[in-house]
Design a protein around this ligand. Structure first.
Ligand code: F6P
Length: 485
C-alpha cells in the first residue's frame, strides 16, 4: 500500500526545530519510518499556487515530505478564520469565541478543495489517504468529488464536543455530512466518539450501529485510536538532555527549590490562567511553600493574529507579573514565564529536571506533553504528574494526580501534595503510567489506524458499496457561494 498522510502543519525533522508536543512532532518519527508521503503546508502562501502547488518535495526517512504553498487569497480565511476561529473554539467547547464569516467558510472549503486537487499527483491504484485534523474535515468529500475511490481515513487530534456544541459551528451539518465520505474516522477517546455518533444520529438522522455510520456516501467506520509517544526513545533523549547547556543552567539557577513545569501552546484551551491562579492560591494558603517551589511555565505563542489569542497573551503577562509581584523576593521569582518554543531535546531535559509536571487544560484531545513528562522521568526518582481530567491522556494515566482545572483550591492542594509525595508512592504511580505508555506507543497507534483503514478496502472488495450516491458537490471551484450555501 502507498500511504499518503496529510496535515496542515508538517515537521521537517530538523533536530533544533522548536516543538510543543502536537501532531507534527508526534507524526514525524512514524511517518519517516513508514515510507509514506507526508503532504502539508509549506507555511507560505502564493498567488497562482493553483498551477504548481508544490513548493518543495524532499526526502524524509524512507518516504518524502511534500509541502504546498496555499492560495494567498484563501489562507487567512481558512487558517485564522474558519479552522481556528470557528472549528477550534467549538471543538474545545468555547462557542462564545466563534467568529467566522461566510467568506471564511468559503476559503476553508476552497483550501480543502485545493489540497484535494494537489493530492491527485500522488494517487496510485494502491494508494490510501490518511487525513489529519480539523483543518481538513471536508477533504475526503473533495477527493471523492474528484473520483478518488481508494480508502480515505481521517483522525481528529482535538476533542469532539457534545452534539449541541458542535451545532454552534456555521455549516455544521454540511461539514459532518462531508466527513462521512471518509471510510474510517478516528477519535482520541470514547467520549469524542460517542459525541460524534450522537450528533450524526440526532442532527443528521442517520443510522449508526456498532460504530458504523451509513450515509449517502456508503459506510464510515468510527473508532477510537488514542495517540501515544515512543516512551523508550523519549526516556533516552531525556537522560542525555540533562547535560544540555540550557538544562544545566536551569538546574544551577535553582537555589535548592523544587521545580514545577508547564509547557503549552499559548491557547485558551490549555487553562493557563487557572493554573497560575492555583499556584497563587497555593503560595497564599501555604506561605511555607514560597521559595520551596518555582513554576517554569513555557507558553509558546500561537495564532497571534486571532484576537482571543492576543487577549490571552496580554492577560497572562499581567497575571504572572501580579503573582510574581506579590509573592516574589529579591532573590526568588515564583513563576518563570517564557513566551518561546524549545526543541524536543531541551524539553525532554527540562521535564526530567522538574519534580512536578502540571498539565491542566480545560479541554484537550490527548495532550502529549503529559505523556512526554512521564517518559522523561528518572526511574530512580520520578516526578509527579498533575493532570486535568479533561485531557484525553487522563483516560490512560489514571495514576497521575487527576485534577479539575476549574477547582482552583483543589489544584492548589494537589500541587502541594505532589511536592511532598514520598518516593515510594511516586515510583508506584510512575511505573503504572509507564506501563500504559509502553502499551500504547505511537508506532502502535499508526499501525492500528493503517490496518483499520486497509480493512475498509477489504470491505469494499467484498462488494459493500462505500460510495452509494453521486458526489455531493460539483467539482468546479467557480461560484463558491452557490456551491456551499
Ligand atoms: O491539537 C491539535 C493540533 O493539531 C495539535 O497537534 C497542534 O499542536 C495544534 O493543534 C496545531 O496548532 P497550529 O495551529 O500551531 O498548527
Amino acid at each position: 500500500m502507498n500511504l499518503v498522510v496529510v496535515s496542515n502543519r508538517v515537521s521537517r525533522g530538523k533536530a533544533n526545530e522548536p516543538m510543543t508536543g502536537g501532531l507534527a512532532a508526534a507524526l514525524l518519527p512514524v511517518v519517516e519510518k513508514s515510507g509514506a508521503i507526508w503532504v502539508g503546508s509549506s507555511g507560505r502562501v502564493r498567488d497562482g499556487a493553483q498551477k504548481e502547488p508544490f513548493a518543495e518535495i524532499e526526502a524524509l526517512g524512507e518516504g518524502a515530505l511534500a509541502m504546498l504553498d496555499l492560495p494567498a487569497a484563501h489562507y487567512g480565511g481558512y487558517y485564522e478564520g474558519f479552522a481556528n476561529s470557528a472549528l477550534w473554539p467549538a471543538l474545545h467547547s468555547r462557542t462564545d469565541l466563534i467568529r467566522a464569516s461566510q467568506e471564511d467558510y468559503l476559503s476553508y472549503r476552497e483550501v480543502n478543495a485545493f489540497m484535494a486537487r494537489a493530492l491527485l499527483r500522488f494517487q496510485k491504484p494502491d494508494t490510501a489517504f490518511w487525513i489529519q485534523d480539523y483543518h481538513f474535515l471536508a477533504l475526503g468529500a473533495e477527493l471523492r468529488d474528484l473520483g478518488v475511490v481508494q480508502p480515505i481515513g481521517f483522525f481528529l487530534h482535538t476533542p469532539w464536543p457534545a452534539r449541541a456544541v458542535f451545532g454552534g459551528v456555521p455549516h455544521h451539518r454540511e461539514l459532518v455530512e462531508a466527513m462521512l465520505a471518509y471510510d474510517l474516522i478516528g477519535f482520541q477517546t470514547e467520549d469524542d466518539c460517542e459525541n460524534f455518533l450522537s450528533y450524526v444520529r440526532s442532527d443528521l438522522g442517520l443510522a449508526a450501529r456498532d460504530g458504523v455510520v451509513t450515509s449517502r456516501h456508503g459506510s464510515s467506520r468510527v473508532a477510537v485510536f488514542p495517540i501515544g509517544i515512543d516512551p523508550e526513545k523519549f526516556a533516552q533523549q531525556a537522560a542525555k538532555a540533562v547535560s544540555h547547556p540550557d538544562v544545566s543552567r536551569l538546574r544551577r539557577s535553582l537555589n535548592g527549590e523544587k521545580l514545577a513545569i508547564g509547557v503549552d501552546r499559548l491557547d485558551y484551551s490549555k487553562g493557563l490562567p487557572n493554573r497560575i491562579n492555583a499556584f497563587d492560591r497555593m503560595w497564599t494558603l501555604q506561605p511555607g511553600l514560597a521559595r520551596a517551589v518555582t513554576l517554569l511555565q513555557i507558553a509558546t505563542p500561537s495564532r497571534g493574529a486571532i484576537e482571543a489569542y492576543g487577549n490571552l497573551q496580554n492577560d497572562l503577562a499581567k497575571q504572572v507579573s501580579d503573582v510574581n509581584g506579590r509573592h516574589g523576593e529579591v532573590d526568588w521569582t515564583p513563576i518563570r514565564y517564557l513566551n518561546k518554543g524549545f526543541s524536543q531535546t531541551v524539553l525532554a531535559g527540562l521535564y526530567r529536571t522538574a519534580q512536578v509536571g502540571v498539565v491542566t487544560p480545560l479541554h484537550d484531545g490527548m495532550n502529549l506533553v503529559a505523556k512526554e513528562y512521564v517518559a522523561a522521568q528518572n526511574p530512580a526518582d520520578p516526578g509527579v504528574l498533575v493532570l486535568s481530567k479533561f485531557a484525553g491522556a487522563a483516560n490512560e494515566l489514571e495514576t497521575a494526580l487527576i485534577v479539575n482545572p476549574h477547582d482552583i483550591d483543589g489544584m492548589a492542594r494537589t500541587i502541594a501534595m505532589a511536592l511532598s509525595m514520598p518516593l515510594n508512592e511516586r515510583k508506584l504511580r510512575w511505573e503504572a503510567m509507564m506501563k500504559k505508555l509502553r502499551g500504547g506507543t505511537i508506532q502502535q497507534w499508526f499501525a492500528d489506524f493503517v490496518d483499520a483503514l486497509q480493512e475498509t478496502q477489504a470491505d469494499r472488495d467484498s462488494g459493500e458499496p462505500l460510495i452509494a450516491d453521486p458526489v455531493i458537490w460539483p467539482p468546479q471551484p467557480a461560484n463558491l457561494n452557490a456551491r456551499y450555501h
